[in-house]
Write a protein that binds this ligand. Structure first.
Ligand code: CTP
Ligand code: MG
Length: 239
């Protein structure tokens, strides 16, 4: 499992990079790491956790989180690159050579559904690659450069991609090598497989709550969703 946390968070615009900001008291990166360990426990030996970080964040923001990451079973913390794909490639390079399935997750998505991630592992084993995604809900407009609508698109085949994404290790390594050679940079992991054209990619229903912390309002929303989940839990425990 590769947890990507090496982005700059430029759209978020805070001094402390967004993945290190507290979300209901726990840094976003740690929330994502804890949840990943519910998908597969690195301490059990069946999985490994590799965290990819920005080199500039190591001495400052990462240091206080390191003890818990190690306690969770994190095996390596590696430096990321300039693009998400480069960061993923560095995480992959640190993975065990025997790894069969590679799960990649954006640390900026602390609320991903664990059961769906497990389903993505099973689907990737079956077809080669899988990702969490949700169907588009808004009506889609195709718009020209002059801001005039050219047409309304069919929404039904459109899904919004999320992470976790899972790819069979051999497929991911081959696609990445080809992309690196061709200078191709994909915005997500399964897009590499699509571009390479050697494997199929399945969609697993994710959750609209699996938001990516991109702008400050997303962090506010994530905190509200966590508070709601805690309320629901308390009601279930003490009806
Ligand atoms: N990421 C990464 N390495 C990069 C770019 C992104 O590890 N070079 C990670 C981010 O830390 C994040 C995930 O990929 O967890 C998704 O990226 P995004 O939401 O775009 O985060 P940032 O790139 O940090 O934000 P921005 O694009 O606003 O700068
Ligand atoms: Mg980015």
């Amino acid at each position: 499992m590769i947890l990507l946390a090496a982005g700059r968070g430029s759209r978020f615009g805070s001094e402390v990079p967004k993945v290190y900001l507290p979300c209901a008291g726990v840094p976003v990166l740690l929330r994502s790491a804890r949840r990943l360990c519910q998908v597969a426990d690195p301490r059990g030996g069946d999985a490994e956790l590799i965290v990819v970080v920005g080199p500039a964040d190591r001495a400052t923001h990462l240091r206080p989180l390191e003890p818990e990451l190690r306690a969770l079973g994190c095996r390596a913390i590696v430096d990321g690159g300039d693009t998400r794909q480069q960061s993923m490639a560095r995480g992959l390079a640190a993975a065990d050579a025997d790894t069969r399935l590679v799960l990649v997750h954006d640390a900026a998505r602390p609320l991903f559904p664990v059961a769906a991630a497990r389903q993505a592992l099973a689907e990737a084993e079956r077809v080669g690659a899988a990702l969490l995604a949700v169907p588009a809900t808004d009506t889609l407009k195709q718009v020209a450069d002059d801001h005039l609508v050219t047409r309304t698109l069919d929404r039904r085949p459109v899904w919004y991609a999320q992470t976790p994404q899972v790819v069979r290790a051999d497929l991911l390594r081959a696609a990445l090598a080809a992309a690196t050679a061709a200078g191709h940079d994909a915005t997500d992991d399964v897009a590499l497989v699509e571009w390479h054209g050697r494997g199929r990619v399945a969609v697993v229903p994710g959750s609209t709550q699996n938001l990516k912390v991109t702008r400050p309002e997303d962090l506010t929303l994530a905190q509200a969703l966590l508070a709601q989940a805690a309320d629901d839990q308390a009601r279930d425990d003490h009806p």
